[in-house]
Design a protein around this ligand. Structure first.
Ligand SMILES: Cc1ncc(COP(=O)(O)O)c(C=O)c1O
Length: 410
């Protein structure tokens, strides 16, 4: 007689800590788009959160050399000394922020940096202020760490940026962190020094609140926008600011999984405790590649940004030419976050009612073969996100399809 229970008999139920966290809408839309493609439909997917460029050859070469030189073992827990030095140099050179080596941490992507930071600092019920629209992982990571996301709507009229009065009003004795992201995924909006200043003044008055800034898209900014990071603007906040960055977007290295941060020593130490029981260290080969990314040639970044800017201009002007849509020009990243209030309440020729941004995006996917992500996935409606990290040819076809689909609504 066997005593092995089937899954049904064992009655699997997930932990309560993940009970509020659904499967990402972005993944669901991606899966549906792929399924339609398999049926032979020529779906264009504008959902990718990664550059369409490849990792530059000099970075790949550094990785293969490192493999043969023996970089195949565990490294120091939160980053090899070589990579920490390269990151220290980057923070000084590009941001004007000095960090000691023990104020720097490296993880398996910036996502793990955020995860380590929240797991290391939040007690149940601690509040984290997150402006919307936000990168979807922010609130989920806070919830996994048993914190409470406090979402604040920042619409297109506000430039998708948090205002000082909103921040002041949201702070309570339970506030632990404020999370800011510039340039932003999904809005592409960025904070200039003048935009940051009033927010930092609020934080100076509330010493119990810490600031997490996600500078992941720092190198992808357009026109004459001048990127700045808060620890450089207000050194008095540096001892409670975590400056998060990574190689994923700037160097087209999303698959290498390296993110990093600079912050106060005690926080960095606590984050290492989480990492030590999760991954032991980031991938040795990817760390070697990241040293080359940060210390090697940087000229190609300008060319790539210029290519993204051409595509941004193409997408923004095409969207604004469509009745019912309204797209703010983003300062950076490779996303547009277009308003779609003007198409709500309408009906498609098929009889499908378009009442929400999710309905609109489902209509575009099912009836126009274009996959985009509704604002509801990012906490602010009615909008939809386009990732323009795809070829100009595909973008043009996709935008024509969107225009035709909108014109058919009545
Ligand atoms: C705003 C933002 N921060 C962080 C990340 C995570 O980057 P990674 O984990 O690849 O370093 C992403 C990825 O999409 C992002 O959009």
């Amino acid at each position: 007689m066997t005593i092995t229970a089937t899954i049904e008999e064992a009655g699997f139920s997930p932990a309560s800590r993940i009970s509020t966290i659904g499967v990402s809408q972005i993944l669901k839309i991606g899966a549906r788009a792929q399924a339609l493609k398999r049926e032979g439909r020529l779906v264009i997917i504008l959902g990718a959160g990664e550059p369409d460029f490849d990792t530059p050859d000099h970075i790949k070469d550094a990785a293969s050399k490192a493999i043969y030189a023996g970089a195949t073992k565990y490294t120091a827990l939160d980053g090899s000394p070589e990579l920490k030095k390269a990151i220290q140099g980057k923070f000084e050179r590009e941001n004007g922020v000095p960090y000691a080596l023990d104020e720097i941490t490296v993880a398996t992507g910036a996502k793990q940096i955020l995860f380590n930071a929240m797991m290391a600092t939040l007690n149940p019920g601690d509040e984290v202020i997150i402006p919307t629209p936000y990168w979807t992982s922010y609130s989920d990571i806070v919830e996994i760490a048993e914190g409470k996301p406090v979402l604040i709507a920042c619409d297109a009229e506000a430039g998708f940026r948090l205002k000082a009065e909103q921040l002041e009003a949201a702070i309570t004795p339970k506030t632990r962190w404020v999370m800011l992201n510039s340039p932003s995924n999904p809005s592409g909006a960025a904070y200039s020094e003048a935009d940051y200043r009033p927010l930092l003044d609020v934080l100076l008055r509330h010493p119990h609140v810490w600031l997490l800034v996600d500078d992941m898209y720092e190198h992808i900014v357009y026109d004459d926008f001048k990127f700045v990071t808060p620890a450089a603007i207000e050194p008095k906040l540096k001892n409670r600011t975590l400056t998060v960055n990574g190689v994923s977007k700037a160097y087209a290295m999303t698959g290498w999984r390296i993110g990093y941060a600079g912050g106060p020593r005690d926080l960095i130490k606590a984050m290492a405790v989480v990492q030590s029981q999760a991954t032991s260290c980031p991938c040795s080969v990817s760390q070697a590649a990241s040293v080359e990314a940060l210390n090697g040639p940087q000229e190609f970044l300008k060319e790539r940004t210029a290519s993204f800017q051409r595509r941004r201009d193409l997408v923004v002007s095409a969207l604004n030419a469509i009745e019912g849509l309204d797209c703010r020009t983003p300062e950076g990243a490779f996303y547009t976050y277009s308003g779609c209030a003007g198409v709500l309440g309408k009906t498609a020729p098929s009889g499908r009612k378009i009442d929400t941004d999710s309905d609109f995006c489902a209509y575009l996917l099912d009836e126009a073969d274009v996959a985009v992500v509704p604002g509801s996935a990012f906490g602010l409606s009615p909008y939809f996100r386009i990732s323009y990290a795809t070829s100009e040819e595909e973008l043009k076809v996709a935008l024509e399809r969107i225009a035709t689909a909108c014109a058919q609504l009545a």
